[in-house]
Design a protein around this ligand. Structure first.
Ligand SMILES: *[C@@H]1O[C@H](CO)[C@@H](O)[C@H](O)[C@H]1NC(C)=O
Length: 218
């Protein structure tokens, strides 16, 4: 009885295989992003393959630096999406351009649906992730070096140089990786997580909660 249950759970979990997005069933499925949505599905529908053109598979979205002054941490992440690169629909990948100002930080965050590999193109970065036993893996990257952040694990990127900006390019294993910032997901949610919860979770007082919320713009 118990064995049957275990086997059923095992099968339900896909035989414990690690999976990225489902494989496409056709060569490509250029995303239909125009017009109002009349039915909803997991992903975006395709345009008629006969209407596909090279421009659907091209984007200049990553050609310009993002504005690192737009937030107090000094970072900006520009992503390919099915809107700026409709040809990537169903292919299970995303690319990101990560600009980080001097001493700027991409704060601790996770991607619930993707692993990420990052190559440092310019500058000097301290990167790291934390595994589920709270072990920290960090590495100082030099130009041309790459680092991988396993799916779902908390990670960060910090520019060690106080003046020069850094540029990194990432590939992610989902067309919709999602990003959850540790700080925002606790202190600047809408509506607020009750103060009692944050006080207990972080072992701080009510004033600390108010101050952190205010500092984070929540
Ligand atoms: C990144 O820069 C764009 C403009 O280039 C801006 O609209 C956006 O808010 C910035 N993102 C962050 C996280 O600061």
């Amino acid at each position: 009885m118990q064995l049957t249950y275990f086997i059923l759970v095992f099968i339900a979990m896909g035989g414990l295989k690690v999976k990225s997005d489902p494989d496409p069933l056709q060569d490509y499925c250029v995303a239909q992003t125009q017009g109002s949505q009349t039915f909803f599905l997991n992903g975006a529908p395709c345009i008629n393959p006969a209407d596909a053109s090279p421009s659907h598979f091209t984007t200049s979205a990553l050609s310009k630096p993002g504005n690192t002054d737009a937030n107090p941490l000094g970072f900006n992440v520009t992503l390919t999406t099915i809107r700026n690169l409709p040809g990537m629909n169903t292919l299970g990948l995303t690319m990101a351009r990560v600009d980080i100002a001097g001493n700027g930080l991409v704060p601790p965050h996770t991607h619930p649906r993707a692993s990420e590999v990052t190559i440092l193109v310019k500058g000097s970065l301290l990167v790291g992730f934390v595994d589920t036993s709270n072990r920290l893996f960090t590495q100082q990257l030099r130009e041309g070096e790459a680092f991988v952040f396993p799916k779902g694990l908390m990670h960060f990127l910090y520019n060690l140089d106080s003046k020069a900006s850094a540029l990194a390019i990432s590939g992610l294993t989902s067309q919709n990786p999602g990003a959850q910032l540790a700080s925002a997901a606790t202190f600047t949610t809408k509506p607020n997580i009750p103060d009692e919860i944050l006080k207990k979770a972080f072992q701080i007082n009510g004033q600390d909660v108010t101050r952190i919320r205010r500092n984070l713009g929540g």
